[in-house]
Design a protein around this ligand. Structure first.
Ligand code: PRX
Length: 631
């Protein structure tokens, strides 16, 4: 790797290593500029070539891309491959197995929370499991357009279920398996899911999370929120059924209700491994994923089939310079957009071999990431700055125990990377050999918006993104903010475009230096990025003011050495209250009404279980004493 100082620039440029340039898809800067020019000047030709790699049951009837981003010229819309029909699952699985003869290639090396748990899943096996799951969902009444909530940890069944949805035209809504029952319920209700797929539980590091119990609580909340008459109309019942996964590892005894719980292992064993894909319109919905909204309510972003397929497959191929012998690893959770686009869809569309990791970076030891890289000979590694900063703290020892010579490209996502972390990543992990692609994008865009290309772009450490952006504006906005799937609230979509007619506003501040490099400065709205995850200040403020002692609350961000940013909360108390340690602890735990306990009080059930997370457990006794016996 050669470095040089650009005259007049205070930053060193890190040039792509020659070895990488030799076989790269985009081998140098000029080649990149040509591609860029073509995408801008002849978008139809450009995207037609990308689309020609995929299977279209019916070809598009008009231009490949049609859109209006200018609010002064009418409604905002984006259409990709209008008139075409296709199927995402067919393109990422059948096409690889049948047309490309990749049935024997490993799609995923699954590595469990414990290093002893692992499994290799080939493309052929993946297709079989996905078809079984598709048949199961169909047997349970799921049809094209229905929404399926998925609340699963990073296990292969998560991938089976999401792809099964896409095979039968159902719309998945994945909820990160660390979210509370309230959050799960809110999301299920908002997108009116008819089925919830979950697991008994999962170990994250040493911590056990009882997913089924949380899912049950969420469903109860959902049922509380639906008028009774709605419950009697089968097609609108939010969660009549639940498809349960087997105990993947012996965890806990989970509650079981035979009236609505269905066991994954039982049903999967009874259905066929063949399932015809449902042919969908290019603009049919593919999935919904919730992201924090500045109003405090999570907003559901809806991505559609064709544009998302083309965009994630193309960006994966170019940004990670995908090669057939790669072993790629993205450490994100599929519960976030990074996992959707760059664990499942982008890599599979390219026939890639990936690591699917259930664990956390520090379990059972702080060298776990490096151990996994050595174990599978990972060549492309994609993680978040927050993980890098966390692992930096443990020094060189945990890294030097492992052989990282397989690595060729490193990536980051989710938040700005500070130069110190960039250098550590580049020098200690990449051994000065691997370019670092710092990818800036959002849930709404579905794929990378600003990013260097590893063999084509000289890098500046800490510059969030280098030089030209790829394909922005023309293609990136695949998301539609939704109210209900069939009636997207175009008003909400409008808010992204109203500030600068003709342009999509991401909500981030950014500096461009005289060399044309972009430096993302962080959010310019009321969102805070904690460990790569956006939080809405309004939501946290609302939760704080729910506490009886709090009159007003204001939440701002403060830099944090590992998390990037953290919350700094100002509260004013009501007159009668005093500020002390107990109150601070209460406020940190604020935001969870223990409905379980209230329900048990109403039913006069005395065995209340664990009350340790309650702000004031004594209140339970008071409530029991004042119970009203008559209905
Ligand atoms: O503020 C930017 C930050 O994350 C936001 C998007 O968050 P989300 O929709 O949860 O998606 C995260 C994963 C794509 C952006 O508005 N962000 C994301 N990537 C970067 C970043 N900030 C700086 N540099 C990045 N590479």
């Amino acid at each position: 790797l050669s470095t040089m100082v650009v005259p007049g620039s205070q930053h060193k440029l890190y040039h792509p290593p020659e070895g990488l340039q030799k076989d790269a898809h985009v081998p140098d800067f000029n080649c990149y500029l040509e591609l860029y020019k073509k995408s801008i000047e002849e978008p139809d030709v450009f995207w037609k070539e990308v689309a020609s790699d995929f299977y279209w049951k019916k070809p598009p009837t008009g231009q490949i891309l049609q859109y209006n981003f200018d609010v002064t010229k009418g409604n905002i819309y984006v259409k990709c491959m209008e008139g075409a029909t296709t199927n995402m699952c067919y393109n990422v699985l059948d096409r690889n197995v049948k047309d490309k003869n990749l049935g024997e290639r490993v799609a995923f090396y699954w590595e469990g929370n414990s290093p002893d748990h692992r499994e290799a899943i080939t493309y052929g096996q993946l297709l079989g499991q996905v078809c079984r799951c598709s048949n199961t969902l169909k047997q349970m009444g799921v049809r094209k357009g229905d929404r399926v909530a998925i609340y699963l940890p990073m296990i292969p069944e998560l991938v089976y279920t999401m792809l099964a949805c896409t095979r039968i035209g159902a719309v998945h809504s994945i909820v990160f398996a660390g979210f509370s029952a309230e959050s799960l319920c809110e999301r299920i209700m908002d997108s009116q899911c008819s089925i919830l797929v979950t697991a008994d539980g999962v170990y994250r590091g040493e911590k056990l999370i009882n997913l089924k119990q949380i899912a049950d609580e969420a469903l109860e909340k959902c049922r509380e929120n639906i008028p009774v008459e709605t419950l009697s109309t089968p097609c609108r019942v939010p969660c009549p059924d639940e498809l349960r996964l087997p105990v993947v590892f012996p965890v806990v005894q989970t509650p079981w209700d035979a009236a609505c719980d269905v066991c994954w292992e039982e049903v999967m064993g009874q259905v066929s491994e063949q399932c015809e894909p449902e042919w969908l319109d290019a603009e049919d919905p593919l999935f919904i994923l919730y992201t924090s909204g500045s109003t405090g309510k999570p907003k559901g972003v809806l991505h559609t089939v064709a544009g998302y397929l083309l965009y994630t497959s193309l960006t994966f191929k170019y940004v990670f310079d995908h090669q057939p012998d790669d072993v790629y690893w993205c450490t994100a959770d599929i519960g976030w957009i990074t996992g959707h686009s760059y664990i499942t869809y982008g890599p599979l569309a390219n026939g890639a071999t990936s690591v699917l990791f259930e664990g956390i970076p520090v379990h059972p030891h702080v060298g776990r990431f490096w151990e996994v890289i050595e174990k599978y000979r990972v060549t492309k590694f994609y993680t978040a700055p927050t993980a890098i900063r966390l692992l930096m703290k443990y020094g060189l020892d945990p890294v030097q125990k492992y052989d990282l010579s397989s690595l060729r490209i490193l990536g980051t996502v989710g938040e700005p990377i500070n130069p110190e972390a960039w250098h550590w990543y580049h020098e200690v992990i990449g051994q000065k050999r691997c370019p670092v692609v710092d990818t800036f994008w959002q849930t709404e865009t579905g794929g990378h918006v600003l990013t260097p290309l590893p063999a084509a772009t000289p890098l500046k450490p800490g510059s969030a993104v280098s030089y030209h952006h790829i394909y922005t504006v023309y293609t990136v906005f695949r998301g539609r903010v939704k109210g209900r799937v069939k009636e997207p609230r175009s008003g909400m979509l409008f808010t992204y475009f109203k500030k600068f007619p003709g342009f999509y506003v991401t909500g981030d501040g950014c500096r461009r230096d005289k060399d044309g490099y972009y430096w993302i400065a962080g959010r310019i709205d009321d969102m805070i990025n904690v460990s790569g995850h956006l939080l809405s200040t309004a939501e946290v403020e609302a939760s704080l003011t729910d506490h009886g002692a709090v009159a007003e609350a204001a939440v701002v961000s403060r830099p944090h050495t590992v998390k990037g940013e953290c919350l700094y909360c100002f509260v004013t108390l009501k007159d009668c209250r005093e500020f002390n340690r107990t109150l601070v602890d209460e406020l940190k735990r604020q935001g969870k009404i223990m409905r379980r306990v209230l329900r048990q009080i109403a039913r006069n059930e005395k065995d209340l279980g664990d009350l340790s997370t309650m702000a004031d457990p004594k209140v339970v006794e008071v409530l029991f004493n004042h119970r009203c016996e008559t209905a």
